[in-house]
Write a new protein. Sequence first.
Length: 527
Amino acid sequence: MVLSIYLLLSPYSSVIAKLNHPTKENGYESIEMWLLITAVMITISGFTANTAKAQSNEKIRKIERFVEEQKNKSKIPGIALVIVERGKVVYQKGFGYADVKKKSPVTAHTLFEIGSTTKAFTGLAILQLEKEGLLKRSEDVRKYIPWLKLKYKGKQQKITLNQLLHHTSGIASSSITQIPESQASNALELTVKTLLNQPLDRKPGSSFEYATINYDVLGRVIEVITKQPYDVYVKRQVLEQAGMNESKVGLHQHSLFEMASGYKIGFMRAQAYTPPVYRGNVPAGYVISNATDLAKWLNLQLGRSSGHGIDKQIIQESHIPDQTVKPFDKDTYYAGGWDVMRKKGEKYIAHSGNNPTFSSYLIIRPDDQLGVAILSNMNSDSTSYIGKGVMDLWQGSNVTHHYSDSYQMLDQIVTFLTVAIGCFSMLFLLLSFKIMRKLVRKQRMGVTLSTKRLSLLIIHTLIVVAIFVMILFPKLLSKWMSRDFINVWGPTSITVLFYSITVASILYYGLGLLLIFTAKKKLDSAV
């Protein structure tokens, strides 16, 4: 190739020689040598560029195979993926369907609920207001919400905005089960008021406990200070300032156009599901965005975007974690809506988001100016796994994280139990018909209750009553087990399991009564 370029340029050597007047006397090399060096440089440059391009294409192929494999394994209908590096979008693609029924593909503009990755937007708004002198994070939240008097072991506590920001307020994680369904304009205040009936789990500032409602309280503080609805303020002062013009704040702000349909796992496949509206949980989990806008958000976090009216220093402050408490995971602390972690000496800033029918994961590596965002239209732990895996693959290493999807595992267990209980129901039904047939044929007869049979009746009744109590009032077993919460957040198979248990219990009780109140008819003695 070098020789070819040299021969190609040789006919022009005399012209170039005249222009440059190279001579042995003035120290110039011969024009032939100059052409040879040029040809070699062009060849090396082309080879390097082709090699880099080949390596990049191989990375992309690995990433696409990985995403497709995990999408199929997790049963997620649709995924949007974007990678930014040094201020540029270096990869973006949609996988699968935004709507399975309509077969509409995921695109860069498909909107998804981003779940708890919303918290970074709320955290940034708080820092903006502090810079404007409208609040101090060290202040007691009661300065802004005077009626929010929360207690730990019977004593009223001071909770600072910083403690809410860093999940060290002492508010229990299980408080999410009390967030009310509401589309009302005052839904945020209604959500915060649910805390009045819940004691703190620990002393404020003592340790980390992730509680999504912390950010709903901060959202209410934003409303009080700005005298604007949370969604209006964040849309204008955060999203628009970041150039995220396609994103919305809350379901009430968006039109259905370009919005992905949401799904839940159920009986080991994606099931369409429309959850209740929790407008009072918007500051913690209901920004709606797409791959196009999240690329801008990632670049803003990496300091690669002008961000219009957003101060880069505030972005950096939102990445400063609270290290006054123990890490909640290995070398991982919480900042302003971000997890900040160290892995083999490298700094990563990330956050996952899960809503009943959507999930997301954002991760950035500041030292390499690299960011990955992934969105999916199913509540799945696999979304985070895919995001971490893509980061590994883009950096040229193998996927180092362990695959685990608690939702999928729970669905598999529930599916097995539902099938097993269904089989028992059929057995109870068949045995009951068999006994009733014998009664009709006079092969069994009714009996009076003996002490033994009465005892069996009481035990049998108590067992069935206990089962019904657990089904109707699961919260008696755990504060996490609100029936409504389980139905909304759990796999769709859980609802079927509840009905299966109910039917099986009724059939079991009926069979028990037949056995207790009847007995085989004794044959008459021969004369």
